[in-house]
Design a protein. Structure first.
Length: 204
């Protein structure tokens, strides 16, 4: 007796299938933006049915949240690794700026722009973005607090300084995405602002 196995029914472990679907959603979001991520588009790209995708992600909104989170989590993890690789708070800030202001992170900045826009009508996405913003603020505040304690920074309130720095990072990231300011100017603005906010001599 022979059995006919459809292309959808090829056996994969649930975790493997989930990761495959999510990876394709991330790929689509990088190429076309988060708004382009749908169950049908992911299904078509992988040669499976939308029903299979909806077994793992109940709606396009949930799939969008997962795609955003995958990129944003990896972005924050990479920033943490860069910062952890150096010792002094000043060097940590330099490492952070090197990472977030570099042209190589334009996709990560675009991911955030899409999330802020779509989050107006996707409360789960807004909640995920707000939670990650809180993680970024805590991460930056820890660096500023350590630098203040070591006498490297002149900051009255590390939490306020962290909020201002993240706002600057987000703003320059948005300009980086749409190309309204040159790469060199973005880096100059960022470095100058950080120096002013933390009481540092700008790096030459």
């Amino acid at each position: 007796m022979t059995s006919v196995v459809s292309r959808d029914a090829k056996r994969k472990m649930p975790a493997e299938r989930h990761n495959e679907l999510l990876a394709k959603a991330v790929e689509i979001s990088r190429d076309e933006g988060l708004s382009a991520v749908t169950l049908r588009k992911v299904a078509a790209a992988l040669g499976v049915t939308p029903g299979l995708v909806s077994h793992y992600f109940s709606s396009a909104e949930q799939l969008i949240v997962a795609a955003f989170g995958a990129v944003a989590d990896a972005d924050l993890a990479q920033a943490r690794r860069r910062v952890a690789a150096v010792d002094s708070a000043t060097d940590k800030v330099d490492a952070l700026m090197d990472y977030v202001l570099d042209d190589s992170t334009v996709d990560e900045s675009a991911n955030w722009l899409d999330a802020w826009s779509l989050g107006r009508r996707n409360p789960v996405l807004a909640e995920r973005a707000n939670a990650l913003t809180g993680e970024w603020l805590a991460f930056i505040a820890d660096i500023v607090r350590a630098g203040s304690a070591a006498g490297e920074f002149l900051v009255a309130d590390p939490d306020v300084a962290a909020r201002r720095l993240l706002t600057m990072i987000d703003g320059l990231g948005a300009q980086k995405v749409i190309g309204s300011v040159s790469s060199d100017e973005i880096k100059h603005i960022g470095r100058t602002y950080v120096g002013s906010e933390l009481g540092l001599t700008p790096r030459t």
